[in-house]
Design a protein around this ligand. Structure first.
Ligand SMILES: *Cc1c(COP(=O)(O)O)cnc(C)c1O
Ligand SMILES: [Zn+2]
Length: 425
Protein backbone atom coordinates (compact mmCIF):
# COMPACT_ATOMS: atom_id res chain seq x y z
CA UNK A 1 0.00 0.00 0.00
CA UNK A 2 2.64 2.53 -0.97
CA UNK A 3 1.29 5.90 -2.13
CA UNK A 4 4.65 7.04 -3.46
CA UNK A 5 4.43 8.20 -7.07
CA UNK A 6 8.11 8.95 -7.60
CA UNK A 7 10.54 11.79 -7.10
CA UNK A 8 10.20 15.41 -8.20
CA UNK A 9 12.68 18.28 -8.48
CA UNK A 10 11.92 20.99 -5.93
CA UNK A 11 13.12 23.64 -8.39
CA UNK A 12 11.87 22.74 -11.88
CA UNK A 13 9.29 20.07 -11.08
CA UNK A 14 10.83 17.38 -13.30
CA UNK A 15 9.68 13.92 -12.25
CA UNK A 16 11.82 10.79 -12.05
CA UNK A 17 11.06 7.25 -10.90
CA UNK A 18 12.05 6.09 -7.40
CA UNK A 19 15.82 5.42 -7.31
CA UNK A 20 18.88 6.33 -5.26
CA UNK A 21 19.21 9.80 -6.78
CA UNK A 22 19.02 13.17 -5.07
CA UNK A 23 19.66 15.87 -7.68
CA UNK A 24 17.72 16.80 -10.79
CA UNK A 25 19.47 15.97 -14.05
CA UNK A 26 18.19 19.17 -15.63
CA UNK A 27 18.79 21.89 -13.07
CA UNK A 28 20.69 20.18 -10.20
CA UNK A 29 17.83 21.03 -7.83
CA UNK A 30 17.13 18.63 -4.93
CA UNK A 31 14.61 15.84 -5.46
CA UNK A 32 11.78 15.05 -3.09
CA UNK A 33 9.30 12.21 -2.73
CA UNK A 34 5.83 12.75 -4.28
CA UNK A 35 2.69 11.00 -3.04
CA UNK A 36 -0.76 10.39 -4.45
CA UNK A 37 -2.83 12.31 -1.87
CA UNK A 38 -6.07 11.68 -3.74
CA UNK A 39 -5.62 7.95 -3.33
CA UNK A 40 -4.96 8.45 0.40
CA UNK A 41 -8.24 10.27 1.07
CA UNK A 42 -10.63 8.14 3.07
CA UNK A 43 -7.92 5.52 3.64
CA UNK A 44 -5.45 7.53 5.69
CA UNK A 45 -7.72 8.50 8.58
CA UNK A 46 -7.18 9.46 12.22
CA UNK A 47 -8.51 6.04 13.25
CA UNK A 48 -6.19 4.16 10.87
CA UNK A 49 -3.20 6.11 12.18
CA UNK A 50 -4.19 5.55 15.81
CA UNK A 51 -4.40 1.79 15.18
CA UNK A 52 -0.78 1.75 13.97
CA UNK A 53 2.42 1.03 15.91
CA UNK A 54 3.75 3.42 18.56
CA UNK A 55 6.57 4.54 16.29
CA UNK A 56 7.11 6.69 13.20
CA UNK A 57 5.62 3.84 11.17
CA UNK A 58 2.08 4.71 12.30
CA UNK A 59 2.39 7.26 9.46
CA UNK A 60 3.69 4.66 6.96
CA UNK A 61 1.33 5.74 4.13
CA UNK A 62 2.90 9.22 4.33
CA UNK A 63 6.43 7.81 4.17
CA UNK A 64 8.40 6.11 1.41
CA UNK A 65 7.48 2.57 2.34
CA UNK A 66 8.57 -0.56 0.53
CA UNK A 67 5.65 -2.37 -1.11
CA UNK A 68 3.90 -4.84 1.20
CA UNK A 69 5.25 -7.67 -0.97
CA UNK A 70 8.86 -6.67 -0.13
CA UNK A 71 10.19 -9.35 2.23
CA UNK A 72 12.92 -7.03 3.51
CA UNK A 73 10.38 -4.80 5.26
CA UNK A 74 11.22 -1.90 7.50
CA UNK A 75 14.42 -1.11 9.32
CA UNK A 76 12.93 -0.25 12.68
CA UNK A 77 14.44 0.14 16.14
CA UNK A 78 11.29 1.85 17.39
CA UNK A 79 12.06 5.48 16.49
CA UNK A 80 9.42 8.10 17.16
CA UNK A 81 6.15 8.43 19.10
CA UNK A 82 8.18 10.27 21.71
CA UNK A 83 6.38 12.21 24.46
CA UNK A 84 4.90 15.64 23.82
CA UNK A 85 4.76 17.11 27.31
CA UNK A 86 3.48 20.39 28.73
CA UNK A 87 6.29 22.56 30.07
CA UNK A 88 4.66 25.02 32.49
CA UNK A 89 7.77 25.77 34.55
CA UNK A 90 9.93 26.46 31.53
CA UNK A 91 7.02 28.40 30.06
CA UNK A 92 6.86 30.59 33.17
CA UNK A 93 10.61 31.16 33.05
CA UNK A 94 10.58 32.33 29.42
CA UNK A 95 7.15 34.00 29.43
CA UNK A 96 4.89 31.54 27.61
CA UNK A 97 1.57 30.32 28.96
CA UNK A 98 1.13 27.22 26.78
CA UNK A 99 4.52 25.71 26.06
CA UNK A 100 5.11 22.06 25.13
CA UNK A 101 8.26 20.02 24.61
CA UNK A 102 8.63 17.37 21.94
CA UNK A 103 11.07 15.15 23.77
CA UNK A 104 13.13 13.47 21.07
CA UNK A 105 15.90 12.62 23.52
CA UNK A 106 13.86 9.43 24.06
CA UNK A 107 14.60 7.80 20.72
CA UNK A 108 16.52 4.49 20.43
CA UNK A 109 19.86 6.26 19.88
CA UNK A 110 18.77 9.30 21.89
CA UNK A 111 18.28 11.81 19.10
CA UNK A 112 15.75 12.74 16.44
CA UNK A 113 18.08 11.26 13.79
CA UNK A 114 16.50 7.83 14.37
CA UNK A 115 13.45 9.08 12.48
CA UNK A 116 15.36 9.90 9.31
CA UNK A 117 17.64 6.88 9.53
CA UNK A 118 14.84 4.34 9.95
CA UNK A 119 13.25 5.70 6.77
CA UNK A 120 16.54 6.00 4.85
CA UNK A 121 17.72 2.47 5.65
CA UNK A 122 14.30 1.05 4.84
CA UNK A 123 14.51 2.71 1.43
CA UNK A 124 18.14 1.67 0.98
CA UNK A 125 17.31 -1.98 1.61
CA UNK A 126 14.27 -1.85 -0.68
CA UNK A 127 16.50 -0.36 -3.40
CA UNK A 128 18.85 -3.32 -3.05
CA UNK A 129 21.80 -1.82 -1.16
CA UNK A 130 23.73 -3.93 1.33
CA UNK A 131 26.05 -1.13 2.49
CA UNK A 132 25.00 2.18 4.01
CA UNK A 133 27.09 5.25 4.73
CA UNK A 134 26.73 8.79 6.01
CA UNK A 135 28.48 12.08 6.65
CA UNK A 136 27.64 13.02 10.20
CA UNK A 137 28.00 15.67 12.88
CA UNK A 138 27.64 12.82 15.40
CA UNK A 139 24.04 11.84 15.99
CA UNK A 140 23.56 10.57 12.47
CA UNK A 141 26.63 8.34 12.81
CA UNK A 142 25.29 6.93 16.07
CA UNK A 143 21.89 6.24 14.56
CA UNK A 144 23.14 4.78 11.26
CA UNK A 145 25.53 2.46 13.11
CA UNK A 146 22.73 1.24 15.39
CA UNK A 147 20.14 0.70 12.66
CA UNK A 148 22.66 -0.94 10.31
CA UNK A 149 23.67 -3.35 13.08
CA UNK A 150 20.07 -4.40 13.63
CA UNK A 151 19.39 -4.66 9.90
CA UNK A 152 22.54 -6.70 9.29
CA UNK A 153 23.88 -4.14 6.83
CA UNK A 154 27.49 -3.08 6.40
CA UNK A 155 28.08 0.55 7.36
CA UNK A 156 30.66 3.28 6.84
CA UNK A 157 30.13 6.35 8.97
CA UNK A 158 32.23 9.45 8.44
CA UNK A 159 32.60 12.06 11.19
CA UNK A 160 34.82 15.08 11.88
CA UNK A 161 37.76 13.85 13.99
CA UNK A 162 37.15 16.49 16.70
CA UNK A 163 33.72 15.12 17.61
CA UNK A 164 32.61 14.68 21.24
CA UNK A 165 34.14 11.52 22.76
CA UNK A 166 30.71 10.27 23.85
CA UNK A 167 29.41 10.32 20.29
CA UNK A 168 32.48 8.48 18.96
CA UNK A 169 32.19 5.72 21.58
CA UNK A 170 28.41 5.45 21.32
CA UNK A 171 28.80 4.95 17.58
CA UNK A 172 31.78 2.59 17.66
CA UNK A 173 30.05 0.12 19.96
CA UNK A 174 27.72 -1.06 17.16
CA UNK A 175 30.69 -2.15 15.07
CA UNK A 176 30.46 0.12 12.01
CA UNK A 177 33.44 1.19 9.92
CA UNK A 178 33.84 4.50 11.75
CA UNK A 179 36.00 6.92 9.77
CA UNK A 180 37.23 10.04 11.58
CA UNK A 181 38.12 12.71 9.05
CA UNK A 182 40.47 15.57 9.88
CA UNK A 183 38.28 18.47 8.85
CA UNK A 184 34.87 20.07 9.37
CA UNK A 185 31.51 18.48 8.69
CA UNK A 186 31.46 20.26 5.36
CA UNK A 187 34.78 18.59 4.43
CA UNK A 188 33.35 15.22 5.48
CA UNK A 189 30.23 15.86 3.42
CA UNK A 190 32.24 16.80 0.34
CA UNK A 191 34.28 13.60 0.68
CA UNK A 192 31.09 11.56 0.94
CA UNK A 193 29.72 13.26 -2.18
CA UNK A 194 32.84 12.11 -4.03
CA UNK A 195 32.70 8.59 -2.56
CA UNK A 196 29.05 8.25 -3.56
CA UNK A 197 30.22 8.41 -7.17
CA UNK A 198 32.72 5.60 -6.62
CA UNK A 199 30.90 3.07 -4.46
CA UNK A 200 27.53 1.47 -4.82
CA UNK A 201 26.50 2.40 -1.30
CA UNK A 202 23.45 4.15 0.09
CA UNK A 203 24.72 7.40 1.61
CA UNK A 204 21.77 8.30 3.79
CA UNK A 205 22.23 12.06 3.43
CA UNK A 206 23.56 12.04 -0.14
CA UNK A 207 22.03 9.70 -2.74
CA UNK A 208 19.11 8.56 -0.58
CA UNK A 209 18.57 12.01 0.95
CA UNK A 210 15.07 12.42 -0.54
CA UNK A 211 13.92 9.38 1.48
CA UNK A 212 15.94 10.28 4.58
CA UNK A 213 14.45 13.78 4.69
CA UNK A 214 10.89 12.43 4.74
CA UNK A 215 11.52 10.88 8.16
CA UNK A 216 11.52 14.33 9.78
CA UNK A 217 7.88 14.80 8.81
CA UNK A 218 6.94 12.37 11.57
CA UNK A 219 7.84 15.06 14.13
CA UNK A 220 5.11 17.26 12.67
CA UNK A 221 2.61 14.39 12.40
CA UNK A 222 3.18 13.38 16.03
CA UNK A 223 2.93 16.93 17.36
CA UNK A 224 -0.45 17.36 15.66
CA UNK A 225 -1.79 13.96 16.70
CA UNK A 226 -0.58 14.32 20.29
CA UNK A 227 -2.32 17.70 20.51
CA UNK A 228 -5.57 15.90 19.65
CA UNK A 229 -5.23 16.43 15.88
CA UNK A 230 -4.67 20.16 16.23
CA UNK A 231 -1.81 22.22 14.92
CA UNK A 232 0.16 24.35 17.37
CA UNK A 233 0.50 28.10 16.80
CA UNK A 234 4.27 28.03 16.75
CA UNK A 235 7.05 25.45 16.52
CA UNK A 236 10.66 26.27 17.38
CA UNK A 237 13.15 23.79 15.92
CA UNK A 238 16.94 23.57 15.83
CA UNK A 239 18.56 23.85 12.41
CA UNK A 240 21.68 22.23 10.99
CA UNK A 241 20.94 21.61 7.29
CA UNK A 242 17.46 23.09 7.88
CA UNK A 243 15.76 19.89 6.73
CA UNK A 244 13.89 19.11 9.97
CA UNK A 245 12.21 22.50 10.05
CA UNK A 246 11.24 22.28 6.37
CA UNK A 247 9.69 18.87 6.92
CA UNK A 248 7.74 19.82 10.04
CA UNK A 249 6.11 22.53 7.92
CA UNK A 250 5.50 20.04 5.11
CA UNK A 251 3.93 17.57 7.57
CA UNK A 252 1.42 20.17 8.74
CA UNK A 253 0.52 20.96 5.11
CA UNK A 254 0.01 17.28 4.35
CA UNK A 255 -2.30 16.84 7.34
CA UNK A 256 -4.34 19.80 6.12
CA UNK A 257 -4.42 18.39 2.56
CA UNK A 258 -5.76 15.10 3.92
CA UNK A 259 -8.33 16.82 6.13
CA UNK A 260 -6.81 15.30 9.28
CA UNK A 261 -6.48 18.72 10.97
CA UNK A 262 -8.18 22.08 10.54
CA UNK A 263 -6.35 24.53 8.34
CA UNK A 264 -5.27 27.14 10.88
CA UNK A 265 -2.18 29.32 10.55
CA UNK A 266 1.02 28.00 12.12
CA UNK A 267 4.49 29.46 12.35
CA UNK A 268 7.86 27.73 12.25
CA UNK A 269 10.95 29.38 13.72
CA UNK A 270 14.53 28.16 13.52
CA UNK A 271 17.30 28.03 16.13
CA UNK A 272 21.03 28.15 15.40
CA UNK A 273 24.26 28.55 17.34
CA UNK A 274 26.02 31.88 16.77
CA UNK A 275 29.21 29.97 16.02
CA UNK A 276 27.48 28.42 13.00
CA UNK A 277 24.51 30.52 11.97
CA UNK A 278 24.41 30.90 8.19
CA UNK A 279 20.61 30.62 8.10
CA UNK A 280 20.07 33.08 10.97
CA UNK A 281 22.48 35.52 9.32
CA UNK A 282 20.66 35.33 5.99
CA UNK A 283 17.36 35.86 7.80
CA UNK A 284 18.61 38.94 9.65
CA UNK A 285 20.45 40.43 6.66
CA UNK A 286 17.30 40.36 4.61
CA UNK A 287 19.65 39.78 1.66
CA UNK A 288 18.25 36.29 1.56
CA UNK A 289 21.75 35.17 0.55
CA UNK A 290 23.26 32.19 2.39
CA UNK A 291 26.99 32.51 2.90
CA UNK A 292 28.83 29.36 4.07
CA UNK A 293 30.70 29.69 7.37
CA UNK A 294 33.40 27.74 9.19
CA UNK A 295 31.70 26.42 12.35
CA UNK A 296 33.03 27.20 15.82
CA UNK A 297 30.46 26.24 18.46
CA UNK A 298 29.77 23.78 21.28
CA UNK A 299 26.63 22.77 19.38
CA UNK A 300 28.48 20.32 17.15
CA UNK A 301 25.36 18.46 16.08
CA UNK A 302 24.21 21.70 14.40
CA UNK A 303 27.60 22.63 12.96
CA UNK A 304 26.83 22.61 9.25
CA UNK A 305 28.44 25.65 7.65
CA UNK A 306 26.85 25.18 4.23
CA UNK A 307 23.28 24.02 4.91
CA UNK A 308 21.71 21.98 2.10
CA UNK A 309 18.15 23.04 2.94
CA UNK A 310 18.93 26.56 4.04
CA UNK A 311 16.90 28.30 1.33
CA UNK A 312 13.91 26.04 1.84
CA UNK A 313 14.09 26.66 5.59
CA UNK A 314 14.16 30.42 5.03
CA UNK A 315 11.20 30.08 2.72
CA UNK A 316 9.16 28.14 5.31
CA UNK A 317 10.04 30.67 8.02
CA UNK A 318 9.08 33.66 5.86
CA UNK A 319 5.94 32.04 4.48
CA UNK A 320 4.60 31.17 7.95
CA UNK A 321 5.66 34.41 9.68
CA UNK A 322 8.30 32.79 11.90
CA UNK A 323 11.84 33.94 12.66
CA UNK A 324 15.40 32.64 12.96
CA UNK A 325 17.71 33.54 15.81
CA UNK A 326 21.06 32.39 17.14
CA UNK A 327 22.64 32.15 20.58
CA UNK A 328 26.25 31.98 21.77
CA UNK A 329 27.93 29.15 23.66
CA UNK A 330 27.16 30.63 27.09
CA UNK A 331 23.50 31.03 26.28
CA UNK A 332 23.43 27.44 24.95
CA UNK A 333 24.75 26.06 28.22
CA UNK A 334 22.29 28.28 30.12
CA UNK A 335 19.53 26.85 27.93
CA UNK A 336 20.54 23.27 28.76
CA UNK A 337 20.49 24.06 32.49
CA UNK A 338 17.26 26.01 32.35
CA UNK A 339 15.48 23.13 30.61
CA UNK A 340 16.86 20.56 33.03
CA UNK A 341 16.02 22.56 36.15
CA UNK A 342 12.51 23.49 35.10
CA UNK A 343 11.28 20.39 33.30
CA UNK A 344 13.61 17.51 34.21
CA UNK A 345 14.77 17.03 30.64
CA UNK A 346 18.51 16.84 29.98
CA UNK A 347 19.19 17.91 26.41
CA UNK A 348 22.35 17.99 24.38
CA UNK A 349 23.70 21.30 23.09
CA UNK A 350 21.14 21.41 20.24
CA UNK A 351 18.39 21.46 22.89
CA UNK A 352 20.20 24.29 24.65
CA UNK A 353 20.19 26.18 21.36
CA UNK A 354 16.45 25.67 20.97
CA UNK A 355 15.55 26.72 24.51
CA UNK A 356 17.83 29.77 24.46
CA UNK A 357 16.48 30.87 21.08
CA UNK A 358 12.93 30.29 22.32
CA UNK A 359 13.59 32.66 25.21
CA UNK A 360 15.14 35.22 22.88
CA UNK A 361 12.22 35.13 20.46
CA UNK A 362 9.72 35.63 23.28
CA UNK A 363 11.70 38.66 24.49
CA UNK A 364 11.70 40.05 20.96
CA UNK A 365 7.93 39.70 20.80
CA UNK A 366 8.15 37.19 17.97
CA UNK A 367 6.21 34.48 19.82
CA UNK A 368 2.72 35.15 21.15
CA UNK A 369 2.89 34.61 24.95
CA UNK A 370 -0.64 33.16 24.99
CA UNK A 371 -0.27 30.98 21.89
CA UNK A 372 0.47 27.27 21.90
CA UNK A 373 4.18 26.79 21.27
CA UNK A 374 6.10 23.54 20.80
CA UNK A 375 9.88 23.40 21.22
CA UNK A 376 11.68 20.44 19.65
CA UNK A 377 14.28 18.94 22.01
CA UNK A 378 16.24 16.84 19.56
CA UNK A 379 19.02 15.06 21.46
CA UNK A 380 20.08 13.72 24.85
CA UNK A 381 22.43 15.61 27.20
CA UNK A 382 24.65 12.64 28.07
CA UNK A 383 25.96 12.92 24.50
CA UNK A 384 27.52 16.33 25.12
CA UNK A 385 28.67 16.23 28.73
CA UNK A 386 31.79 18.19 27.81
CA UNK A 387 29.66 21.28 27.20
CA UNK A 388 28.57 21.52 30.82
CA UNK A 389 31.43 19.70 32.57
CA UNK A 390 33.21 22.83 33.81
CA UNK A 391 30.06 24.24 35.38
CA UNK A 392 28.50 21.27 37.09
CA UNK A 393 29.45 19.12 40.05
CA UNK A 394 28.36 18.25 43.57
CA UNK A 395 26.52 20.97 45.50
CA UNK A 396 28.33 19.96 48.70
CA UNK A 397 31.25 17.66 49.39
CA UNK A 398 31.28 16.47 52.99
CA UNK A 399 32.64 13.84 55.35
CA UNK A 400 30.27 11.04 56.35
CA UNK A 401 29.01 12.74 59.52
CA UNK A 402 25.72 14.25 60.70
CA UNK A 403 27.52 17.44 61.67
CA UNK A 404 29.00 18.03 58.26
CA UNK A 405 25.71 17.33 56.56
CA UNK A 406 23.95 19.66 59.01
CA UNK A 407 26.33 22.45 58.08
CA UNK A 408 25.66 21.81 54.38
CA UNK A 409 21.89 21.68 54.91
CA UNK A 410 21.90 25.11 56.51
CA UNK A 411 23.30 26.46 53.24
CA UNK A 412 20.84 24.62 50.97
CA UNK A 413 18.17 26.65 49.20
CA UNK A 414 14.56 26.02 50.28
CA UNK A 415 12.61 24.31 47.50
CA UNK A 416 14.10 23.80 44.06
CA UNK A 417 17.27 25.74 43.38
CA UNK A 418 16.41 28.92 41.53
CA UNK A 419 16.44 28.97 37.78
CA UNK A 420 19.39 30.94 36.43
CA UNK A 421 18.27 34.04 34.63
CA UNK A 422 21.47 35.23 33.04
CA UNK A 423 20.86 38.03 30.58
CA UNK A 424 22.68 38.11 27.27
CA UNK A 425 25.61 40.54 27.56
C1 LIG B 1 20.84 16.73 12.91
C2 LIG B 1 20.27 17.37 14.11
C3 LIG B 1 19.39 18.47 14.04
C4 LIG B 1 18.96 19.22 12.78
O1 LIG B 1 19.06 18.61 11.62
P1 LIG B 1 18.71 19.22 10.20
O2 LIG B 1 19.93 18.95 9.38
O3 LIG B 1 18.45 20.70 10.32
O4 LIG B 1 17.53 18.46 9.74
C5 LIG B 1 18.87 18.94 15.22
N1 LIG B 1 19.20 18.41 16.40
C6 LIG B 1 20.04 17.37 16.52
C7 LIG B 1 20.35 16.85 17.88
C8 LIG B 1 20.60 16.81 15.38
O5 LIG B 1 21.43 15.76 15.51
ZN1 LIG C 1 15.15 20.43 -11.71
Amino acid sequence: MSFVEGLRCRECGTRVPVAAVHVCEWCFGPLEVVYDYDAMRGRVTREAVAAGPESIWRYAPLLPEPPASDPAGRVDLGAGWTPLVPAPRLGAAVGLRDLWLKNDTLNPSYSFKDRVVSVALTAARALGFDTVACASTGNLAHSVAAHAAQAGMRSFVFVPADLEQAKILATAVYGPNLVAVKGTYDDVNRLCGELAGEHDWAFVNVNVRPFYAEGSKTLGFEIAEQLGWRLPDHVVAPMASGSMLVKIDKAFSELVTLGLVDDVAWRVSGAQASGCSPIATAFKDRTGRLRPVRPDTVAKSLAIGDPADGYYALDAVHRTGGAVEDVDDREIVDGIRLLARTEGVFAETAGGVTVAVLRKLVRQGRIDPGGRTVAVVSGQGLKTLDATADLLGPTFTIGASLDEFGAALSLAAPGPRPVPRSEPA
